[in-house]
Design a protein around this ligand. Sequence first.
Ligand code: BGC
Length: 747
Amino acid sequence: MAPSHDDVISRLTLEQKAALTAGADFWGTAAFPDAGVRRIVTADGPHGLRVVSDIGIGGAAPATCFPPAVGLGSSWNPELQHAVGAAIGREALALGVDVVLGPGINIKRSPLGGRNFEYVSEDPLVSGAFGAALVQGVQSVGAGTSVKHFAVNNQETDRMHVSAQVDERTLREIYLAGFERVVKEARPTTVMAAYNRVNGEYAAQHPWLLTTVLREEWGFDGVVVSDWGAVTDRVASLRAGLDLKMPLPGGGDEVVRAVREGRLDEAVLDRAVGRLLELAERTDASQHGPAAPDPGEHHGLAASAARESAVLLKNENAALPLPERGSSRIAVIGEFARTPRYQGAGSSQVVPTRLDTPLDALTDILGDRVGFAPGFTLDGDQEEDERLLAQAHALAAGADHVVLFLGLPDTAESEGFDRTAIELPANQRALIEAVARATRRVVVVLSNGGVVETASWEGRVRAILEGWLLGQAGGTAIAELLLGRANPSGKLTETIPVKLADTPAHLNFPGAEGEVVYGERVYVGYRYYDTLGVPVSYPFGHGLSYTRFAYSDLVVEGRGDGASVSFTIANTGDVAGAEVAQVYRSDAHSGVDRPAHELVGFRKVFLEPGASERVTIELGSRAFAYWSTARRGWVVDAGEFTLEVGASSRDIRLTGAVHVDASGPARLLTRFSSIGEWLADPVGAQLLQGALAQLPGTESFGLDPSTNEGRMFLAIPLGHMLGFLPGAPEGAADQLVAAYEQAVRAR
Ligand code: BGC
């Protein structure tokens, strides 16, 4: 029988325990075989594996490169995401990796975020559902995960020091909610603490984040590992709840000294070591049998994932699909057709096992009907660009259809810096103009990790397929989608704004002088655009198909402090396809300001032509709740909520009303509650009226809310009001509050 953790810990010296809570090298922990402690090995992901020996970005062992989160997230398909996770887990075990450093589920606060390609959505429900599916997939085969970057790591500018200044409600509803879901639903083996500070404290030494919220409230029982280099104070990190500082040894002496001098309780160190021992057990490959990944099979899965990840933004006059048969000539223009952009730059860069290009895939199917011109250079060489433009124009003029492959070159976005603009590079915008002068039959395929602006050029083209970054099999998937062998079914997980100045964080991104203020609060993404009615190019949740879907027969029913929503979706077109139905909740009565509507559920439905399916989505109280700062909890204010079912945040097809009961901690009156609030509470009203009756002259008080005087009085806090009354005894407010609390407790 394996020795208990306590036995193992008792066999380790203080120095060994300190050493275990830091890396032994760049990617793994120390081993103490005599004490029964094995090494734990980590590797980046998250959309494939990057097994390297040092900090280097290149030189990794080949692994299947699945679509990064910006792509796979757009599939809105948790089963697919789970399957990709399992494949990544199998490859991890085969490469000797215990913990895959992903998924990354930070909110896309601004389209400028340099690492948006590695993140899922502007919405926490979509991010959390993706994260949970991916974690469950990886862990289903026995490998571990690291959900990152906890928390509020929404920019690359000054990422290792900047303090995100965020109010608690915004934190809870937007920036923590995705992590909460993953922790509660998928029990990730590790969570990675971010580089940045949150309200002044480093995330990697933040007791409230790492202990109060993550462990005590959400029940996280795994290891908290630092982002690489995020620990600035070893002792403070351990105390706050961080278990493993990565990478490299360092700070061990400091930890030993702190224990010896009584500044760090040894039990804190033992607890971290215990969690690491548990992690070694949970990820022990020998318990899970041999994992033999088949590169061909995984490439096929990468292709399925890519097919579901692309989003058809626009398709005027059914410009797509292109005719697979016949003799029409197809001009493929754009360097990305030949040199695909299929993943982002930085620590997540995978060396793929193979790489499909759209040009090869199209040529394989269409043969010499395909002509190619690169159209532009990736590095913006002006002279060469002019030559390529003329060549592309000539090719377009002689073709029946043009497919333009545009997007962001590798140099435009990466981990480590944010973007400063959302336009396509100038040479590509010039190319659109030149090609549009030659023909109207232009279809654009985009390859980009961060959103690009489409408003200034989309009028020149008939269709746009947003390919994001699609991983190593993206080339094949794009060809199949363009030719109708596959039907697009991805939907936007982030809004495409008309222009950068319209974006909610515009005035507050990326901050300055070590601080970034989250001034837009909970109004992130569509929550902002839809509340203010700001025009957008393509709304959150949007995505077209080669078929059509009809929504009908909505039934909404209250279920205490939750509800159930049912509706029917039918494929009314001619080809098989899939629709992502979305449920939004809107709230006109609660006691706080709220976005016009918020996504509370979704379902992807696959339907043959003519087929239909009844969908039921159960909504718990969280779908209706807001985080009450005053009441310190999730609160549902009883009343009627509206539930909307639609194909995007701006394409609502069905609407119903539902009564939901109250839930959450009670609202307690204090000396700062207004006279109006005291009078609105039955217990408070009785006590206050009783107290006022003792005071001479108060009977003439006008407390009628229909008069200006009454409104003024009713708005005054109890303590202040009693201070205005000469006859009120000292401490009257405190006495009232005490009497109120006693009466409420006795209820
Ligand atoms: C990144 C992490 C990554 C780690 C290890 C950091 O710079 O922020 O996402 O897992 O490096 O490469």
